[in-house]
Design a protein around this ligand. Structure first.
Ligand SMILES: [Zn+2]
Ligand SMILES: [Zn+2]
Length: 194
């Protein structure tokens, strides 16, 4: 059975070379442990939590003890996957815009609104009621396709899918031009329908 590793166990800790290593300036442990020399030596060489006698004067930088134990090798903090610097950056994807010249709460707002909706693959539709706009700003309801005619449906849709900026610009261009039963955006703003 494996236990998930808590992220709190991963943290930067100052690590040191082993006593008597290449960078230890103190030399070997004095044989006589009653001397001042031995006292000085053992002061600079402590037992690490990993039961290694380390030299406090031979630092090797911050390491992650948890990762090092997992991998059986020295893992610098910079390489720990739980180091915040190594966490992936989240991205934010806008999936829908409501584009209208009418203020929120206006009775006719929905009627005079263009919806920009994410459709996948980085592309958006520009929609009003059941109609989609093409690049020329013409509205058309998707025809009922025969089941066999996937190509025609794809071709029709392809002309009505836009990248984010294009879709938003098109929606903003169309929103002021919307009409409903002869009424314009200006009419709706002047006198809401009853
Ligand atoms: Zn040393
Ligand atoms: Zn780690």
């Amino acid at each position: 059975m494996t236990t998930p590793v808590s992220t709190t166990d991963h943290k930067p800790e100052p690590w040191y070379e082993e006593a008597e290593g290449d960078r230890c300036p103190h030399g070997p442990e004095p044989e006589d442990d009653t001397t001042d020399a031995w006292d000085t030596w053992q002061e600079r060489h402590q037992w690490s939590p990993q039961d290694v006698r380390i030299c406090l004067d031979a630092p090797i930088g911050d390491h992650c003890a948890e990762c090092s134990a997992d991998r059986g090798d020295l893992v610098p903090w910079a390489d720990c996957p739980n180091n915040p610097a190594n966490l992936p950056e989240p991205t934010a994807l806008p999936t829908r815009y409501v584009v209208s010249c009418l203020p929120e709460g206006h009775d006719d707002r929905y009627t005079f609104t263009v919806q920009v909706t994410y459709s996948g693959n980085g592309l958006y539709t520009v929609k009003r009621f059941l109609s989609l706009a093409d690049a020329n700003g013409n509205w058309e309801i998707e025809p009922g396709w025969p089941e066999t005619d996937i190509d025609a449906q794809q071709a029709w849709l392809k002309q009505r899918l836009f990248d984010h900026d294009t879709a938003l610009a098109l929606a903003k261009q169309l929103a002021p031009t919307l009409t409903y039963r002869g009424r314009t955006v200006a009419d709706a703003l002047a006198a809401p329908a009853v």
